[in-house]
Design a protein around this ligand. Sequence first.
Ligand SMILES: [Fe+2]
Length: 427
Amino acid sequence: MGGTVKPLNPGTVASVVRYGLAADSLVHEATGDALVYSQLYPFEGLQNYTSGIIHHVRLQGLEPATKYYYQCGDPGIPGAMSAVHAFRTMPAVGPRSYPGRIAVVGDLGLTYNTTSTVDHMVSNRPDLVLLVGDVCYANMYLTNGTGADCYSCAFGKSTPIHETYQPRWDYWGRYMEAVTSGTPMMVVEGNHEIEEQIGNKTFAAYRSRFAFPSTESGSFSPFYYSFDAGGIHFIMLAAYADYSRSGEQYRWLVKDLAKVDRAVTPWLVAGWHAPWYTTYKAHYREVECMRVAMEELLYSHGLDIAFTGHVHAYERSNRVFNYTLDPCGAVHISVGDGGNREKMATTHADEPGHCPDPRPKPNAFIGGFLPPHFTSRHAPGRGVDPAADLQRLPGEQLRPRHPRGEERDARSVEMAQEPGPLRKRRR
Ligand SMILES: [Fe+2]
């Protein structure tokens, strides 16, 4: 941090991972790439940041459902290798094997409440973690490290550009090591990762600090991609990149969905940041344009579950399509109560006088145009039933509810995993 910063040379340190099937037998070695990024605010009184050296190493040819031990660092520098950690790969792709537990969290942050969430996550020993955006909230701090209580109330008027305090990313990375060193985690961007800096550059930390299967899934984008885990095809979508039907993301999604074989991956699960269905006043119908653009495509391919965050509360819809109960629609589950740094959402849009007005001007980061279907009237609530769904069921993970609000029993969940019946009802 400082008025002037000089980036480190990533070529000075090797990126090596040694790994194997036993802690004392790390017989394989993979090398990768290193990078640094900078977050620059060349304005009087603001501090710049340049990162430590960030390493990315890809391990290829791993066996499914196998525990690997590893350590990482530069073996050519004394003391520069990590401790030995271990992780388990995903089960083989196919309809008969699944991750035992998947933790899905949004708006995690780095607070007292984050600690509670992460403690619960660790104690439940997930096989996979999905983080659906809003990671460390570095953009709720001035460059001098001073924090604010909300994004919009503390910035924007007196500073030439919205500031961030990038060391929050470093803190968050160290804090999350207990999870990320041993559990595969997939991340998709939220609005708090935009982090604009000089030159209209955005998402620098997000792009630099995480790895994405963009090439493998053909998206070639860090903002949207797909992957398989056992019998589940996951699609991570971008709420903060072009999602119009003429855009690259939509064209990629068409191709990706066309390749899904439900006999191999019976479950189709998506994740993105801002919810299409919410009863809360906060962010109410904020990404309606994204829903209008993409919902029919996902519905036609039988999307089972959509996980989102952004709204700081837990909420789960019934099966819904186009604001109407539909037994072939997706269950929408919002998990934006990960910890964050702001307040919980408590006010519902259908409470008298609380339905927000449409945005007065386009937001460049959510499509750049006004939602044409947004009215000042509360949307018909037939697809979302707060009374029935605002409870997290003990031990519940991926258990969609029946459209009539009856919880599916184990047998019906099992049937949903069978390829065919659900899909045959669709075109
Ligand atoms: Fe958000």
